[in-house]
Write a protein that binds this ligand. Structure first.
Ligand code: UDP
Ligand code: MG
Length: 316
């Protein structure tokens, strides 16, 4: 039997944690008594520099039940980094790892499906939302448009899959070879390869507390996904530049012809509009290129993606 570690990033989740812990304990106990996972399987909460009582609650859970363990990051590093920190630590103790959110939005019933696929020899199993009815119309619409855009840009990504997935230890080992600082895990994991499959589940509403992903964070996460996985935006700019240049040649010919015919050009509007249009396009182009240069800048620094302050697995 294999040892399973659930890896759960938590940021200011004091309201949610007791509920989550209760539900997960029941689930883990059931899996252990059904002999689906080994009895030393655990739930690892990663405290992503929370400002509330999250870490105290994790320590308390750990002292009451050794099934709960925790990892404390030295400061808030964001969901993706916290998740990576958890995976990289838990892989030292576990055979299989499942990542999920602290708010129980990912249906824990899907874990059975994950383990079945694992038994069939999969190294990676993606949890896929079968419907997004519980999300707001805005979130649903933007998310779906975004997945389509990513696909157009050539990013290989599983549609409607967030970060609820099972990975084997060797898959996580392989993931650790990806050294990039700009993290978009759901785009990286498919690059790892190995036999994989999907399990669909119904996404629930957050049961307590509020979303830790405000619109601003969501937008920057979305930009991260595109710029860390695709260089097509830069190519599009090249094509756009070419197109604008062609248009200007055509205009040149046109104006030359009119000039030959002796007609004067009443050109104030065209001049002003083209100055603004070209200026705007140039700023946009510089902005997109700058985005990539910023990425390169950060990558060359090779700063640590996370720093672990406490690992409850090592303190006993
Ligand atoms: N999270 C985190 N660090 C952050 C923000 C969020 O570890 O800086 C965690 C959060 O505690 C939760 C998961 O990431 O377990 C997903 O966040 P949330 O449920 O707020 O996002 P949503 O479901 O609204 O997209
Ligand atoms: Mg959530």
């Amino acid at each position: 039997m294999e040892t399973l570690y659930l890896v759960i990033p938590c940021y200011n989740e004091e309201e949610m944690l007791p509920i989550t812990a209760e539900a997960l304990m029941k689930k883990m106990d059931a899996l252990i008594s059904d002999r689906k996972i080994s009895s030393d399987s655990k739930v690892m909460f990663v405290d992503d520099g929370s400002k509330d009582k999250t870490w105290e609650i994790i320590e308390k859970l750990h002292s009451l039940n050794p099934m709960f363990t925790g990892l404390k990051l030295s400061r808030n590093k964001g969901h993706q980094n916290a998740l990576l920190a958890g995976l990289m630590t838990a892989k030292n103790y576990a055979d299989i790892l499942i990542s999920m959110d602290a708010d129980l939005q990912d249906d824990i019933g899907a874990i059975d499906g994950f383990l079945e696929k694992r038994a069939e020899g999969c190294d990676i199993v993606y949890g896929v939302r079968s419907s997004r009815e519980k999300d707001t119309a805005f979130k649903r619409g933007t998310a779906q448009a975004y997945y389509k855009l990513l696909a157009k840009l050539g990013v290989e990504i599983t549609y409607n899959h967030a970060d609820y997935r099972l990975m084997s230890r060797r898959a996580v080992e392989a993931l650790s070879e990806f050294k990039e600082v700009n993290l978009f895990l759901r785009g990286l994991v498919p690059m790892v390869g190995f036999k994989s499959d999907i399990v669909t589940y119904v996404r629930n509403e957050r049961q307590a507390g509020e979303s830790k992903y405000p619109l601003k964070k969501m937008i920057s996460f979305a930009v991260e996904g595109i710029t860390s996985l695709s260089v097509k935006p830069i190519r599009l700019i090249t094509s756009l530049g070419l197109l604008v240049f062609l248009v200007s040649i055509i205009m040149l010919i046109y104006f030359f012809v009119i000039w030959c015919m002796g007609k004067t050009v009443a050109g104030w509007t065209t001049t002003v509009v083209s100055v603004w249009a070209l200026g705007g396009l140039q700023l946009l182009a510089i902005g997109v290129i700058g985005e990539y240069i910023g990425k390169i800048y950060l990558e060359t620094k090779e700063r640590p993606k996370f720093i672990i302050e406490t690992n409850l697995e090592e303190t006993n």
